[in-house]
Design a protein around this ligand. Structure first.
Ligand code: OGA
Ligand code: NI
Length: 340
């Protein structure tokens, strides 16, 4: 518990173990917030503009691996309640959170700090995190935090809505890629995990990171970013800041979609910078394949003049390698790549 950044960050200088090497630290170079990442209006998706929305999503997923969605059907009240209950969780007194704190890799519902492997970190990350599965709800809700009192009720409603939204976006991507309807339903997106990130104000944001450069191991990620800036996406070798937009979700392509689409879609690398003024709280919902699900490039996407870029693998095989490689993007997919 005492390792949590939120337990000790006040009135301290940045400890050496949080200082990134010069090549990977953000430095003093200002990355402007940017509206380069496309904002897609899903309100259009049910009407005659569906084709346009499909094209916008495909284009954004090819160029950036990232987009934001508005008019997505999740109510503003539910988004606010969810963000508030996550913030309230981190504000609870230490004794109310102590049972959830764990450094055990496989504990399904846990509060931890930095990465899943604190002792193995080269450099620690300036964040605490609460992570747990959300599906099937009846089963996993029993292990969720019991405080704040409305946590289970709100997060249950939220995770159902987020999964629905994710499935809807996956259907649009499916249509855009020309895959059979429902390709991503069932096993490929069966597992739903929430990861709530809590980044306290940092004494020197130029030297450290909330999350280091990575690409999500998921199929698709739906992020509730809140209203504090911090997320940056790597595009053509440059970092782009993702503007916090009220009532929008940030959506990004994970490694599994990169594989299924045979690299038509891009799983973009991103990172989180800290700030010295305010706490930032975000919640990522990862739509993942089930552990034993076979992931492979969709056969119908491989043209006659093309070969699959990856071999088939079980999602758990991928995850094991991802964790072993410390989330390094290149190395995470390397053992599954087919050359030539
Ligand atoms: C993540 C992530 C971004 C953020 O949890 O994988 O990239 O802004 N989060 O917290
Ligand atoms: Ni991420």
């Amino acid at each position: 518990m005492e390792k949590l950044v939120s337990s000790w960050f006040n009135n301290k200088t940045l400890p050496q173990s949080y200082i990134f090497p010069p090549e990977t630290r953000p430095g003093n170079h200002i990355i402007p917030r940017s509206n380069a990442i496309p904002v897609i209006d899903l309100g259009n998706a049910s009407a005659h503009d569906r084709t346009l929305v499909v094209q916008q999503i495909l284009k954004a997923s090819q160029e950036f691996g990232f987009f934001q969605v508005i008019n997505h059907g999740v109510s503003e009240d539910l988004m606010n309640d969810t963000m508030n209950v996550f913030k309230e969780f981190f504000e609870l007194p230490a004794e109310d959170k102590a049972d959830l704190y764990s450094e055990e890799f496989n504990r399904p519902c846990k509060l931890y700090t930095s990465s899943a492997n604190y002792d193995g970190d080269k450099v620690h990350l300036w964040r605490d995190s609460l992570r747990h599965p959300c599906h099937p709800l009846e089963e996993c809700i029993k292990i969720w935090p019991q405080k704040p009192t409305r946590y289970r009720e709100i997060v249950a409603a939220y995770s159902i809505e987020a999964k629905k939204l994710g499935s809807r976006i996956l259907d649009l991507i499916c249509e855009g890629l020309g895959l059979d309807l429902g390709y991503f339903g069932d096993k490929l997106s069966e597992s739903v995990v929430v990861s709530v990130n809590h980044y306290p104000p940092c004494p020197d944001p130029s030297l450290t990171l909330g999350i280091a450069k990575h690409c999500d191991p998921s199929l698709l990620t739906i992020l509730l970013q809140g209203d504090v800036f911090g997320l940056q996406v790597l595009n053509d070798g440059k970092w782009i800041g993702v503007e916090p937009l009220h009532n929008a979700f940030v959506v990004n392509i994970g490694h599994q979609l990169e594989v299924v689409s045979n690299n038509r879609l891009k799983g973009a690398e991103h990172r989180v910078v800290t700030n010295s003024m305010v706490t930032r709280t975000t919640a990522a919902i990862f739509l993942n394949p089930s552990q034993d699900c076979i992931v492979e490039p969709a056969k119908s996407l491989i043209r006659a003049d093309e070969s699959p870029a990856y071999r088939a693998f079980k999602f758990k095989e991928f995850l094991y390698n991802y964790v072993t490689m410390g989330g390094n993007s290149e190395k995470s997919l390397e053992p599954f790549k087919l050359h030539g």
